[in-house]
Ligand binder design. Structure first.
Ligand SMILES: CC(C)(COP(=O)(O)OP(=O)(O)OC[C@H]1O[C@@H](n2cnc3c(N)ncnc32)[C@H](O)[C@@H]1OP(=O)(O)O)[C@@H](O)C(=O)NCCC(=O)NCCS
Length: 186
């Protein structure tokens, strides 16, 4: 996979820009995190996790993303509105097998922006990055069987339902639904 491209990756849709974080995204990301509503469900991050955030931690996080991309472990992207005035959330590709060019798609939108189609639009860009820029062959999205919003996003993306992985998570023993596509079908 062409991981050396990571820092150059930037793709747009009608409303969004998806790209790796820059150090100077700190203020935008912090204000968006602080504007989140109360935790909406068990899959939403608790609001207080951003309280201790500072510029150095953000910079370290961005550098860690770059290391992960370098090692082809994970490719993490911020989701911004077209004018880059709002930080909306994050999408990522996690490498499950580099031999099989098989990855996992993750999506997370700050809850004040839910229900506007941003997760679907950002994930669609992320899949284009996966197949056209990074050379993945197969990408799946796996979610808790009760995470209906996440499942709806996978369905709206046109991913195929492949089944349920029983007791998939090592500690919680959660069952996970799996949706997937590949570079031919997408
Ligand atoms: C899942 C998540 C990314 C969706 O973000 P979003 O920007 O609101 O998603 P979209 O607007 O693109 O689409 C959401 C769809 O789910 C539907 N939906 C939302 N909550 C739902 C629920 N409880 N039951 C069924 N459908 C639901 C919406 O109606 C919408 O479908 P529609 O466009 O047909 O009306 C967001 O809820 C989130 O960040 N959740 C916390 C993190 C998470 O669960 N990530 C996925 C981990 S696998």
């Amino acid at each position: 996979m062409k991981a050396n491209l990571y820092h150059q990756l930037k793709r747009e849709s009608e409303r969004l820009v998806v790209r790796p974080y820059l150090f100077n995204d700190f203020a935008l990301c912090k204000s968006s995190r602080e504007a989140r509503l109360e935790q909406q469900n068990q899959f939403d991050s608790p609001v207080n996790i951003s309280n201790s955030w500072d510029k150095t931690q953000f910079k370290n996080k961005v550098m860690a993303h770059r290391e992960k991309a370098k090692s082809k472990t994970q490719f993490i992207f911020g989701v911004f509105d077209k004018r880059e005035e709002l930080f909306l959330g994050q999408v990522d590709l996690f490498t499950i097998s580099s031999v099989l060019k098989w990855g996992n798609l993750g999506y997370n939108i700050h809850n004040q922006f839910w229900g506007k189609g941003y997760a679907k639009e950002a994930s669609e860009i992320c899949l284009k990055i996966a197949f056209e820029d990074l050379g993945f062959h197969r990408v799946e999205a796996a979610m808790d069987i009760e995470n209906l919003a996440s499942e709806k996003v996978a369905q709206k993306l046109g991913l195929d339902f492949e089944g349920v992985r029983k007791k998939f998570l090592p500690d919680e023993l959660q069952d996970m639904k799996v949706y997937a596509t590949n570079h031919k079908d997408f």
